[in-house]
Design a binder for this molecule. Structure first.
Ligand code: AMP
Length: 389
């Protein structure tokens, strides 16, 4: 793949497609800045090499064609300026050209405000491309989507290449797929259930043991137990049954922490899986399950993790996720973690530096591990260095 470091950047205008899609609270505070921090090396490298920089990103899921301040990148611009020590200007009207001021970085307003972004509209792709000499794709987390600012732009840009974050992601994910040290333990949890059964199959093949938690575990448990009001995916129950029958290395919770409402204030009970009442819901794993998982993790040399095993955002239901984090970070394990909420958990428990590799991708991370081709990566692989001066 053509790398940003293969190209002479001096005095060139770069459009860097980053992924600044981070959680922001209603007061405008950035709750997790990991994705932004991991995007900095490409930007800093381009600055050092004397390039003019335009940054682009999406944020959330606004309605195309409608400006909505909730999804504005203005807080990202403020944060970038602080962290880069460089003037960052948020540009709202950019599709017909930009006037660069000296010593400034331009941040394009949320690309998902533009009609056609998600349909990979040709005209829009062309407009993005005409803003720059070189397009740098660095948003690994969106590389499974063919959008105008991630994919279509490469059809029109004079030169395209991959940024440092994207290259690093591929390098580390390949390391896991090609040459993992055994035993491998995978952990899969979270609430986006239906998207995760494919990866569960792949991980069951690839790993010595797979630990399930969250909604995916609940869906499996629902096969033989009354799980009350717990989150689960009825449409995935049959698939869950097939997977459990075929793969015997999946570790399913034997006990859990339940509440009677989705809240930190609900009273917490630890229950055996077959003792859950109709009005209760599973919000975390129980202590027996935690011990089984810790025992397995003691043997692990490689761990891949996506999705918290409980509602870690509620202190009363964070123990399972916290104990897993402790077990992974205290042992000598190559750990690879992906997915927005799993990263938030890593931040909450302050172990950012103790994880071997943190992937910025959620969907893209899972799709890559599943063995799917990511369209943006495939396209980048076909791009050659052109002499366009
Ligand atoms: P995901 O994006 O699929 O990784 O889902 C992350 C979310 O799953 C977190 O916000 C957790 O609070 C949530 N989660 C984990 N376990 C449960 C559970 N048992 N019930 C409801 N939500 C859960």
């Amino acid at each position: 793949m053509l790398n940003i470091s293969d190209i002479n950047l001096k005095n060139k205008t770069l459009l860097i497609r980053s992924d600044f899609n981070v959680p922001i609270d209603l007061k405008g505070n950035i709750i997790s800045n990991i994705r932004i921090k991991l995007s900095l090396p490409t930007i800093q490298y381009a600055l050092k090499k004397g390039a003019k920089i335009i940054l682009a990103s999406h944020l959330g899921r606004p309605i195309e064609g409608q400006y909505n301040p909730l999804y504005s990148l203005k807080n990202i611009a403020i944060y970038l300026e602080k962290i880069l020590h460089y003037k960052v200007i948020l540009e709202k009207n950019y599709l017909n050209g930009i006037n660069f001021k000296k010593n400034t970085i331009i941040l394009l307003e949320n690309v998902r405000f533009n009609i056609g972004e998600k349909n990979n509209n040709q005209e829009l792709s062309q407009k993005y491309a005409s803003l720059c000499d070189i397009f740098v794709m660095d948003a690994f987390a969106t590389s499974h989507r063919m959008h105008s600012s991630t994919y279509g732009i490469m059809n029109f840009a004079k030169q395209s290449c991959a940024g440092m974050l994207l290259i690093n992601e591929i390098k580390n994910l390949k390391k896991f797929l090609k040459n993992p040290k055994k035993p491998i333990i995978s952990i899969i949890g979270g609430s986006k259930i239906s998207t995760k059964f494919n990866i569960l199959k792949k991980l069951a093949k690839l790993s010595n043991k797979v630990i399930v938690g969250g909604g995916i575990a609940n869906t499996i448990l629902s096969l033989n137990n009354d799980i009350g009001n717990s989150l689960y995916e009825p449409n995935s129950v049959l698939l869950a049954q097939k997977i459990i029958k075929k793969y015997k290395n999946i570790i399913i919770p034997v006990d859990c922490r339940v509440g009677t409402s989705f809240s930190n204030n609900t009273s917490v009970k630890i229950k055996k899986i077959n003792k859950i009442l109709r009005n209760e819901q599973i919000l975390d794993i129980g202590d027996k399950t935690i011990n089984i998982i810790k025992h397995e993790l003691k043997k692990a040399k490689t761990v891949l993790w996506n999705g918290p095993v409980g509602v870690f955002e509620f202190q009363n239901f964070s123990k399972g996720t916290e104990e897993i984090i402790n077990a992974i970070t205290n042992n000598n394990i190559f750990s690879i973690v992906g997915g927005g909420d799993t990263i938030s958990a890593i931040e909450l428990f302050n172990v950012f530096n103790k994880i071997s590799y943190i992937s910025t991708g959620g969907g893209a991370f899972l799709k890559y591990i599943e063995g799917n081709k990511l369209p943006v990566i495939s396209k980048l692989k076909n791009i050659l260095l052109k002499n366009y001066n």
